[in-house]
Design a protein around this ligand. Structure first.
Ligand code: GRF
Length: 203
């Protein structure tokens, strides 16, 4: 499958996809990476691995709609079949999502529906949760709450700081994001309303 990956920052999830492709675990290719921040470290990863990238910033467009249109145009031009949000810090509206219906996935650092929105790891700590985790889900207009494809549980330790918990969750993000891409690419993922079924999934 042709993947389009949208990033805003460090890009460790992008790296997990690159590694899975380079090691042959994924049969897919990254056709384009779009960053909405020019200083994103994710861009360095693209350069290192010769992956095409483009910077598209919201402030360069008069409206959100035109910003999203510009991203859609590039993704379509590159033949992208699945859009992966890997730490993309901008909300996508109908303009974008209607161009890729049920073809946009996101990784979120909590077990949704718990701890949606920003700073999910801090929210879990402050709530006193003993278990949290990460989720790959389809993106719908409801923020961080589309149909769940795969989740991983991560324990919260008494000694955790936001950093240590984030790091532990991240190591699971790097496993489940390539896993979800693989299932979708293999045509094994069926969506029935809110329910996602994966043919022959082994956990
Ligand atoms: C991850 O924690 C992801 O769950 C969240 O943003 C962070 C991105 O990290 N959506 P990275 O840029 O992939 O390293």
């Amino acid at each position: 499958m042709n993947l389009g990956v949208l990033v805003s920052g460090r890009g460790s999830n992008l790296q997990a996809i690159i590694d899975a492709i380079e090691s042959g675990k994924l049969q897919d290719r990254i056709s384009i990476v779009i960053s909405n921040r020019e200083k994103a470290y994710a861009i360095e990863r693209c350069k290192k691995h010769s992956i095409p990238y483009v910077v598209i910033k919201r402030k360069d467009f008069p409206s959100r709609e035109e910003f999203e249109r510009a991203m859609v145009d590039i993704l379509k031009e590159r033949g992208v079949e699945l859009v992966v949000l890997a730490g993309f810090m901008s909300i996508l509206t109908k303009t974008f999502l209607s161009a890729f219906p049920m073809k946009v996935i996101n990784i979120h650092p909590s077990l949704i529906p718990a701890f949606q929105g920003l700073n999910a790891q801090k929210q879990a700590l402050e709530y006193g949760a003993k278990i949290t985790g990460c989720t790959v889900h389809f993106v719908t207009e409801e923020l961080d709450n589309g149909p769940v494809i795969v989740q991983a549980c991560v324990p919260v330790l008494d000694t955790d700081t936001e950093e240590s918990l984030s790091e532990r969750i991240l190591s699971y993000e790097h496993r489940i994001l390539p896993q979800a891409i693989k299932w979708i690419s293999q045509g094994r993922v069926k969506v029935e309303g809110r329910i996602v079924k994966v043919e022959g999934a082994k956990y």
